[in-house]
Design a protein around this ligand. Sequence first.
Ligand code: ADP
Ligand code: MG
Length: 719
Amino acid sequence: MKEITSLFGSMVFNDTVMQARLPEDIYKALKKTILQGTHLEQGIADAVANAMKEWAVEKGATHYTHWFQPMTGTTAEKHDSFITPAQDGKIIIEFSGKELVRGESDASSFPSGGLRATFEARGYTVWDITSYAFIKDGTLCIPTAFCSYSGDALDKKTPLLRSMEAIDKQALRILRLFGNTSASRPEAKRVITTVGAEQEYFLIDKDMFLRRPDLIFTGRTLFGARPPKGQELDDHYFGCIKPRVSAFMKELDEELWKLGVYAKTKHNETAPAQHELAPVFTTTNIATDHNQLTMELMKSIANKHGMACLLHEKPFAGVNGSGKHINWSITTDTGVNLLEPGDTPHDNAQFLLFFAAVIKAVDEYQDLMRLSAASAANDHRLGANEAPPAVVSMFIGDELMSILEALESGAAYKGKEKVQMEIGVTALPHFPKDLTDRNRTSPFAFTGNKFEFRMPGSALSVAGPSIVLNTIVAEVLGQFADILESVQNISSKPNDFTAKLAELIKKTFNEHKRIIFNGNNYSNEWIEEAQKRGLSNLKTTVDALPEFISKKSVELFTKHHVFTETEIRSRYGILMEAYCKTLHIEALTIIDLVKRYVAPACVDYQRELVDLFRQKKAYGGFDVSLEEHFLVRITKLSANLLKKLTVLENAVQESPNRKLSETRSGEDLNQILEQAGFCRDRISAAMSELRLIIDELETLVAKKHWPIPTYAEILYSVI
Ligand code: ADP
Ligand code: MG
C-alpha cells in the first residue's frame, strides 16, 4: 500500500492540484469565484476544464460525468467520454468549459413532484464549485446541483447550499454584534456548518442476500423468527473484527482516502453483523457528498468481498437498527467553533447565545426536525426500543443545565465551586467536555462542542436533516440579531448590550426549556412526560410529513430562500409517494414470497407428516403423537396464513394508488395524504399480522423444506 499521505486525495482535483496545474491568474480567478460565489467566466472555465481533463486522463479516466443527488436519495451520473471524432477516423480528447459548468440531461425519469411537466423534461446540472471534482471508476465526476428548466431545485444539494447561505448571513450578524475584530480575534467573513456523519451498516454473506428476495427488492427482511442468540450478550459491540470484514474495511478506507474522505473510526456495532464507520467532520455540503460516496463504496466493495452491505434502517426485526448520527456544529472561516464554550466571559456570552438559539430552534421547529428523519424505513426504527423515540428532545447534560438554571434564577451555580454567574461578566465554570454520562438515548444530544442528531436513519442523505438544522437555527439567530442590533453592539454600549443579552438568554431558556430532557428517552414515563410538556409525538412518516407544507414551515423556508413554496409542495409529494411506493413494493414482495415459497414449504412438510401418519396408522400400534402435534399446529397456522394473505391482497387491491397530476394542486396533496394513510393503516398493518404467522411457521417447518435463510443463518453468515 502506498503511504496514506500520498494516497489521500490522490483522485481529487483539489486545491493543491489546482494550484499546481492552473496558470496563476486562472487559479486566482477560480479561487475568487469559489470564495465569493461570483460568476465563472467562460475563458476561465475553459482553462480549468482543460487542466482537469489532462489530470484525469493521466489518472486513467476516459469519461466524465455530472454527478448529482436527485430526490431518489441516491446519486446519479450519466457518463460521456472525452473523445471527439477528428479527421481520418482519429479522435481527439476534449473537454470544454461549457461541458464542465453546465450539463443538460433528460430529467424525466427523476422524481420532480410535478415541477417538470413531461413536455419540458429538460433538467440542468450546474457545477458546484465549492465541491471538488474526483475520479471514480475511470470517470471524472463533477459534483453538480440539479434544477429544472424553470430554475426549481430538483435535488438535495441546491437547498442545502441555500440553507448554508442562510445561516452564514444570520450568524455573521450576531458575530458582528460581538465585535469580532481584534487581533486575537480575526474578523470572520463566513460562517459554515460542519457535519460528521457516523454511518451504521450490516454486512452479510452475498449468498444469503441472494436467497432472500425481500432483501433484494426491499432492503429488509419482511419476516424471520428471532434467532436463539441475538445481541443480548453484547459480545459484538466493539468486538474483534473478523478477517473478512477487516479486509473489506481496509479496502473501503483506502478507496475513501483516495477520494479525500476522512474515514477515521471503524468498529463493530451492537447487533451481530452490524458495523459503523465515522469520518472526521467537514463542511456540511462536502460531508453530504462524502457520505453518499461512502454508502456507494460500501455496497460495491462488499460485493467484491462476497458480501452484501445492508444500509436499510431496519433490515431485521427485533435486532438493532442502523442510524446515521449527524454530528453538527457552526464554525467560522477563522476556525472558531461557535458551539464550543470558551475561556473568557466574552466568548462564553457568545457561546450561550448560539446555544440558546439552538434550544429555541429545536423547540419551535421540533416537527421539522422529526420529519427530516422520516421515511417508511425509519418508521421501523424510531420509537422502537433501540432508537430514539419519535419525540424530539435535547440532551444538554447536567452541568450546562445547572448553569442555565442558575442564570435564569440568578442563584449561584453550584459546581465544584460556588459561582455567581453573570452573562458577559463571569466566565463559564469549566465542566468536563467529554461528559461521562453521555446520553445515548437522546434524539439530539449536546456532546461538548457539537450536537449529535440521532434520529436520521442509515440510508438517509445528510442533506435533509442538515437543511432543517441550518434553516431553523438561521431563523432564530436572525430573530436574536433583530433584538440585539437595537442596542448596537458590545463595543459601543457594553452595559446595554450585556443586559439585553442576559435578558434574551434567560427568556429563551425559560420559554423553551421544555425541550430539554436529560433522562432516559427510551422509558415510557418520558413519553407521558413529553405529552404533558406539550411536545409533539409524530409517530409515523404519515403523521410527520404534513408539517412540511404547514404555514409555519412554508414561511420559514421561503423567508430564508431555501425552498420556494412550489418546491416544498413538490418535495412533499415526492416523499409521500415514496412512502406509498415502498409499502406497495413490500406488500407485493411478501405476497409473492408467501405464495411461492412459504405456502409450498408448509404443504410439502404437511404431506410428509400425513404420509407417515397414514402409514403408521395402517400398520397399527404406533405412536403418532409427534406427527399429529405438528400437523395440527401447522394446519391451523396454514389456514391463518391464507386468511391474512387474503386480507393483505385485498388491501393492495383497494389501495387508492391514484396517478397524481403534474401540477400538485391542493386536492392532489390531500389525495396523496389519504393514500399514505391507507398504506400505513391497512397495508402495513396487514403485513405485520401476516409476518407473525410466517415467523411461527418458520419455527415449526422442517429446515429442509424452509427455502429461505433464517435470521440465525444470515446474521452469523460472515465468519
Ligand atoms: P461517538 O459519538 O461515537 O462517541 P465521536 O465523539 O468520536 O463519536 O465523534 C463523532 C463524530 O462527530 C465524528 O465524525 C467527528 O468528526 C464529529 N465531530 C466532532 N467535532 C465536530 C464538529 N465541530 N462539527 C461536526 N462534527 C463534529
Ligand atoms: Mg455518536
